[in-house]
Design a protein around this ligand. Sequence first.
Ligand code: UD1
Ligand code: UDP
Length: 363
Amino acid sequence: MIHVLHVVGARPNFIKAAPVLRALASRKGVRQTLVHTGQHYDVNMSDVFFRQLGMPAPDVSLGVGSGSHAAQTAAVLLGLEPVLLARRPDVVVVYGDVNSTMAAALAASKLRIPVAHVEAGLRSGDRAMPEELNRIITDAISDILFTPSPDGDANLLREGVSKNKIRFVGNVMIDTLIRLLPSARRPAEPKLDGRYVLVTLHRPANTDEPAALKTLMRALAAIAKLAPVVFPIHPRTRARLNKAGFKAPADGRLKLIEPLGYLEFLALQKDAALVVTDSGGIQEETTYLGVPCLTVRTTTERPVTITAGTNKLVRDYASLPREAAAALRRAKKIRRTPKRWDGKAGTRVASALLAWLGQRRAA
Ligand code: UD1
Ligand code: UDP
């Protein structure tokens, strides 16, 4: 029996882990344990994904909650170590680039438990982003690295990672999208007829400086004059807007709503005339869906969304309304679906992981 322990903690982790859990569940001789660190804990940031994605309930919940980077990372280390010591899995699988990912990889590798990283090799080159540090550290201490696109392989090789640790499996987030697209359904509110713009923003660089956040919200209000804007607000951003006393313009065209479930968000994303975001995963989902996307950041760790897809970086807030107007005028861009973004990445992870563990046992 091979024992695989998965660690998830934040919204994007659930969407990435679901296809790997499903693929491994269909393999003989595999036992799985799911650990939820509790980095995200609101019903609409966590439970709703377990339900809509058909994921098993976590076997262990660490309940780490919110805190500074140090506090959150330390809480995952302290919470996970006894779980790993008691359960002794053959491998720990971590996903993406959040604090829970990096902390879980560190806890396992210090105990000499092999670590598999799903969504390895992505680099923005910007170490001011906490995620970039999490990516670099996680990849450096992982034993097997599953990349979503060839630039991931190239980045890892450039950093001196041995080629035989790297497996180009494709994009697990797109597996979930392909599986659930037929079930996507619009939320009852807001009512929308005709074209609209969908917005998500939660990067500290955009939210944590009150003056910058206000300028950004003014840019969104300007875009709302072109087409209604729907903005499901991440709790980090909600907290910052509340603190700044921000009120949406009275014309009701900038619609600030709570974070949506996966199926509701997917339905809005699929039909949007334009998406404005700073999310990692949404750059990829819009590329797959062929929906124009403006990413409010100076860099991206997902360059294929620009070269093959529909994504464009917008570096300054002042040019956002102009860029949005241009994107709304343009005909939909023909995009190429990046290689291995085909709904089978989770199956490739399962096969490669089990083959690798089998070889280790035999050695
Ligand atoms: C985290 C990840 C980020 C990822 C994002 C996905 C890190 C460093 N950041 O950012 O890479 O893109 O998740 O959404 O790991 N909060 C709630 N309820 C919740 C969760 C958070 O109210 O269920 C609030 C708290 O005020 C908290 C703040 O949001 O302090 C930030 O949460 P945190 O998990 O620290 O970072 P995110 O901004 O969510
Ligand atoms: N998402 C969602 N509801 C929302 C906003 C986003 O289901 O209200 C989904 C989105 O479709 C994608 C994932 O959450 O699958 C992206 O997560 P997020 O933007 O929080 O994190 P990032 O990808 O930036 O790390």
